[in-house]
Design a protein around this ligand. Sequence first.
Ligand SMILES: Cc1cc2nc3c(=O)[nH]c(=O)nc-3n(C[C@H](O)[C@H](O)[C@H](O)COP(=O)(O)O)c2cc1C
Length: 177
Amino acid sequence: MSKIILGISSSIAAYKACELTRMFVKAGHSVYCVLTENALNLVSPITLENLSGNPVYSDYFSRERREMGHIELKNDASLLLVAPATANIIGKFANGIADDLLSTTFISVNCPVIMAPAMNPNMYGHPAVRANIERLKSWGVGFVDPGEGAVACGDEGYGRLADLDRIFKAAMDAVKG
Ligand SMILES: Cc1cc2nc3c(=O)[nH]c(=O)nc-3n(C[C@H](O)[C@H](O)[C@H](O)COP(=O)(O)O)c2cc1C
């Protein structure tokens, strides 16, 4: 059984993190979800708490959750998986910005890190996003590339969150080492 930190940022695909959580739990892993503040608008922490059976973390300065900040959260973690990963969280990780719990967790962990981007195809193709992804790859961060097709806003291209089976497999390969 592995401890997986599942980072969830505010893509419209954030709801898919609920199913991903269920898949990991069903496979016997423990899941700790860390949501960005913006992701709280798109997916319910109550759903994730029930599916994971663990508290959900978001507020960096929460008094109730102070016993489990980024330092404790990283202990024994086998994997930090960010799915979905916004252009914004990719940019923060690539530049060492640590202004919330998820970005601070990234620069605290020793375990493998995998990101599954999800965004509009124009965003995914933007030189800023391309450069940030290349930089993270050069540091050993793994990526599950988006699929092709229509995205929520109606545009077509690469940007849809990868199929959950692909993300699940990449995560399992990473925890096996
Ligand atoms: C309904 C909605 C859907 C969004 N979907 C995406 C998305 O799929 N990918 C993305 O990179 N940004 C998306 N955004 C923009 C991000 O939410 C925005 O850049 C935000 O600042 C990212 O914050 P976070 O990375 O801390 O979650 C969306 C915004 C809204 C309002």
